[in-house]
Design a protein around this ligand. Sequence first.
Ligand SMILES: [Zn+2]
Length: 225
Amino acid sequence: MRNKPDREKFRFFPETGDGREEPSPVPPEPAGKYPCPCCGRLTLPVPKEEAIAYICPACFWENDVFTPGEDEPSDENHGLTLRQGRARYYQQKRQRSSMKQREETINAYFRCWLENDPSVLEEAFSEAIVYSECYGPEYRGLGQIKQWFSDWNQRGRVLEWRVKSFLHQENRTAVEWYFRCGYDGEEGGFDGVSLIEFDENEKIVSLKEFQSKAEHEFPYGEAAL
Ligand SMILES: [Zn+2]
């Protein structure tokens, strides 16, 4: 039998009622002093032996005082073992840092157009890049990208290329943006999305751009029901 401690718990189980109240998985600001057995960060307010039903706010492992071993399935964690929970935490951490790196690469690429600075291209793109623009042209290989960049900047100037949002899935990132430029004396802007694929060296190996008008009209009125 599991003994329930008298003192306050850090996570409360759902009250009996209509069942719609969900317990908060994250306790209010933890005063961490003791390491979480899963991620090792100082997130437990009491030693792990006493932290019953406490969920680590950093890795979401529910401290399981009844299954302290490394390789025993933990009921509180859907049958994961502590070793598996730790592996999951580190995998998620790596994914977060590679997402951040990809966003930095894309930001640097957009900025290099604003600053007319081709030095970023080699950093951002794989030699095997296939780049398709929204209105048809496709560039194959880094050499063609550099040629296009140089030729375009003879006649045009990018005035704005602003990221609105990123979405990540495995080795691909979708980025939604707004672009504005002057070209052959004419100025214009549009919304767009790029689907970007990264290779194992975190370089862009495929990029497809899709364009959408930035100005919208409302054939059925502006107010939605
Ligand atoms: Zn943790």
